[in-house]
Structures are given as C-alpha cells and as structure tokens.
Design a protein around this ligand. Sequence first.
Ligand code: PLV
Length: 372
Amino acid sequence: MGWTANDVSAASPVVLGSELDFVVFIRLGNNAPVIFQYNSQMSFEIECTMAKHFHVNTPLLESTSMSKRVGTTVYLKMENSQPSGSFKIRGIGHLCQQLATQSKGVVCSSGGNAGMAAAYVARKMGLPATIVVPSSTPQLVHQRLKDQGATVKSVGKVWDDANAEALRLAETEELTYVPPFDNPLLWQGHATMITEVAASLGPSGVKPGAVLVSVGGGGLLCGVIQGLKDVGWTDVPIIAMETVGADCLNAAVKAGRVVTLDDITSEAKCLGAKTVCKKAFECSQRSELTIISELVTDQQALQAVETFLDEERVLVELACGASLAAVYSGLIRRLQDEGRLPTVLGPLLVIVCGGSSIDMKQLANLKHKLKT
Ligand code: PLV
C-alpha cells in the first residue's frame, strides 16, 4: 500500500471495535483522514492506545461526615461517576466484549441502569441496541437511553415482564442478549471495582471492615464476592441492602430457598427483580463469606439520597439510597450492638452504585409519593 512508518505514527486512532478488528482514522499530512479497517492479517503493526474496557477507574473518597456517624472511616467507591452513571458498565462492557463483537446488535432488559450501560457500550462498539424496560421506568431514563442512540421498548409492569420480551427479541431478531445481573461475565466485570479498591488501600495495609452493597437481582453482590475472593479479602463481611417491597434476596434468605415475590411494591424500581439469581442466594448460604441481608424502607432510602446530596453533593437514585441508608439510619450501629459486626470495625467500604433514574423533578415526585 506504500504506507511508511512515519505516516502511521502520524495517525490519530479512534478505536471502534475489539482488539483484533477495529477501525482507525489515519490523517496523512493535511489530507482528510482515511478510514482504515485493521485486522491481525495486516503486514505492519500500528501502535495505538486500545480501549481495554469501557468503564473508568472510579475515585475512592473518604467521607468525614459518614465516618463521624459510624465511628470508623467510611470509603465511598464512586461508581456513580462511570460514563453510564452506574457500576453496571463494568460487567456489561466485559460481557459485550466477550459475546458481541460479531453481533448484529444487542438487546437488554433493564430497570434502567443496565440498559444505560448496554446502550453506551453498543454505541462505542458501533452496534444497534434495543433496551426493554418495564412501565415503571421513568420517562427521563427513556430519554437518556435514546440520547445514547438506543431503541427503547416499554413492556409489562416489572423487569421480569420486560426480560421475557428481551429474550424473545434475542431469539427472533438474532440479537445478543445482555442480562442485567445473572451471568458470570457480569460478575467478573463488576469484580474489578474491588481490585481497584485493593490497589488503592492495599499498599498502606488497610483492609475494609465491611462492604455495603445494594441488591436487585444480585449481580453486584456476586461481583463484589468475586472481587473479595480475587484479592484475598474473604473474611470481609458484606452487608446486602434491599428496600421493603424489592426484597427478593431477603425473602430467599428467610425462606431458605430462592423464592419469587408476588410484586414489586418498592419505588426503588432498579432493585425490582422478583427473583434473586441462584448464585447470589447460594453464596448467602455458604459459610465461606459472611453476607448480612438487611432491609430499609423506601422512606429511609429517600432520606439517605437527600442527606447524601446535602453532605456529599452527589445525586444518586433510590436503589443506591438503600445502601447509604445503612449508614444514615443507624443500621451499622445496630449490627454492632447485636454482635453481627465487630464493635471495633475496620473501614466501611460503601459501593455508591449510582443510577440514572433521578433528577430534581424525579426527586420531588418521590418525596410527594413517599410523603417525606
Ligand atoms: N439494576 C438493574 C436491575 O433492575 C437494571 O436493570 O438496571 N444499584 C443500581 C443503581 C442498579 O441499577 C441496580 C440494578 C442495583 C444497584 C442492583 O444490582 P443487581 O441487580 O446486580 O443486584 C431490575
């Protein structure tokens, strides 16, 4: 083709695909950029920075006001600052890189945030995305999904209904199905948040005393479990938070088997899976890791969202408020009093899972609905 090393080194690459097959724009002198499809057959090598993943390494912040409340250092893993607005991009980015590179497109069922991650990743991979949400997903999320270039379908009342439609579309339209929480590839992707925490805290010999997570279908929980195993922190207990009315893990723990809730009555719709994934339940039953399943009310979760906004200047959705409420409502103190957490507790790691189902108008709606 007559390209020289100098031409190539002058390239400004834009990566659109996977490691072995991607597109770069190469500018030669002042000429218009040439669009160039690279694959492993090419006879020369191009040095360019490849996007290894779609998520970012999020900040780990110390919260003085939360630390004061619980009497130990509180670290916030700020997953709200991911490009899609929540931790979901870690797992979904990883899953799409493994399963969707040759795909015609992806279809994802979601309460909102898994869909945001799938839409973002699909756009970066140059793939069409269809996101199936239940009718409870607010319009603001529909708009945010469309802004990511996705086609949005509203089907059924709760996520389980939307999921049945997504599975049907995957089959009939030959699309790659992106599950929101039940797949080992998702857990592997989510586990990276713990690896990052270990890289930040580990060198100073600091280990969390407990990790606080929200549970919907249990994907985040499985990812955190995997991450703790990866870094050798298996003695760190996990506090798994749900809201009353979106409590599929807590119901399963109480029943001693996986159960399906009749309905989702909580306003934390992104925690609204009727059945927890089998793996999350199984982990909660094993003695290898301590998982403490706890509930807060929607009112407590909302109060936590407001306090977090006031004190940390960050707006998150109700699903995330469920975890934050464990700090603000005094639950951590209660667990210590009950002897379920040590009295002298190491640093508390809070996964600030984030979420896009929130803006000032939605916050006002929730306040009105929940009369807080
Ligand atoms: N949300 C999923 C499942 O919804 C979704 O489709 O977006 N925090 C936030 C902000 C979330 O959006 C979710 C899940 C969770 C926590 C819980 O994660 P999970 O489902 O992996 O336990 C029905």
